[in-house]
Unconditional design. Structure first.
Length: 297
């Protein structure tokens, strides 16, 4: 039997003292993957990514899984992935790709390569004056300020022209500033899940009433989405533009603009939730892809 690791963290592991509010998504992933992996003579074992290197003895391949605290410990996380690779463990997605994807300035690179993205200003420090300047630049009364290294909308802020933060406020992290796009509430975010380069399934995510964040942690809901050929092609084009090595899994998140064309929001290559409830074949597809990678080693 081949042992496959699924990296988790202190707040997604079952039995942890204080699990995240969305830790149920970890449970759904494991429930979808375990039987599919077992059918291919693979044992799926959950490991805290911060565990000692010796804890990974006998594991041939690790998926980054639900390592959902990595953004607060990014240097240590990247070092651990590289240490695992150096120890002969196949890491998916690969450390070089993860390092590239960990800082959202990768969106600037994709835009320079021709991807249609949301207009963005990149700032090391954000103050109320900087927020107002961004509103002038984007000709809008609302902007969203996000961490350049971040996940799950944690720490991000929606700032309105009429209610700027106090004069001494700063965002606290290197940031990306974007105009708030009402389509996120009215039309939702579209997510396209790819396994080994092939589209597995797609979904539409909508925020709770009065919110703009689509994650379940904030009351967001997800529904199966049947993508149009144009939408599927747009997501596939982003996937093809990613640097090598090719990802085992990817989630391409997009938002329709005013004319209905998809804009890239994120290319999630590190530890995205892959929505097995909306993609019931996710387990078998991922098990097949992992088995191929193990056999090719």
């Amino acid at each position: 039997m081949t042992t496959i690791g699924f990296l988790a963290c202190e707040t997604t592991l079952p039995g942890a003292g204080q699990r995240r509010g969305d830790a149920f998504e970890h449970d759904l992933m494991i429930a979808a993957l375990e039987p599919a992996f077992a059918a291919r003579d693979m044992i799926l074992t959950v490991v805290d990514w911060e565990a000692p290197l010796a804890s990974f003895d006998g594991i041939e391949l690790v998926m980054l899984g639900t390592a959902w605290n990595y953004q607060d410990k990014a240097p240590q996380f990247l070092d651990k992935l590289e240490a695992l690779a150096a120890a002969g463990v196949s890491v998916c997605n690969a450390p070089d790709l993860v390092r590239w994807n960990a800082k959202k300035t990768y969106l600037r690179e994709l835009a320079e390569a021709g991807a249609r993205t949301i207009p963005t200003l990149w700032r090391e420090v954000v103050t109320p004056r900087g927020a107002l300047e961004a509103m002038e630049t984007f000709d809008t009364d609302r902007i969203v300020v996000k961490r350049q290294v971040g996940a799950g909308a944690e720490g991000q802020e929606l700032i309105r022209r009429g209610s700027l933060p106090d004069r001494d406020w700063t965002f606290g992290y290197p940031a990306m500033l974007q105009p708030y796009l009402p389509a996120i509430a009215s039309d939702g975010e579209l997510s396209f899940v790819f396994i080994d380069g092939e589209l597995s399934h797609a979904l539409r995510k909508l925020p709770a009433d009065g919110d703009y964040r689509i994650q379940s942690l904030y009351g967001g809901v997800e529904n199966v989405h049947e993508p149009s050929p144009e939408e599927a092609q747009a997501a596939s084009t982003i996937l093809a533009a990613l640097p090598d090595p090719a990802p085992l899994y990817a989630r391409i998140d997009m938002l329709r603009d005013d004319d209905g064309s998809p804009l890239l929001m994120e290319a999630e290559l590190i530890e995205p939730y892959l929505y097995p409830e909306q993609g019931p074949q996710l387990g078998p597809r991922l098990a097949e892809a992992v088995a191929k990678r193990v056999e090719s080693q």
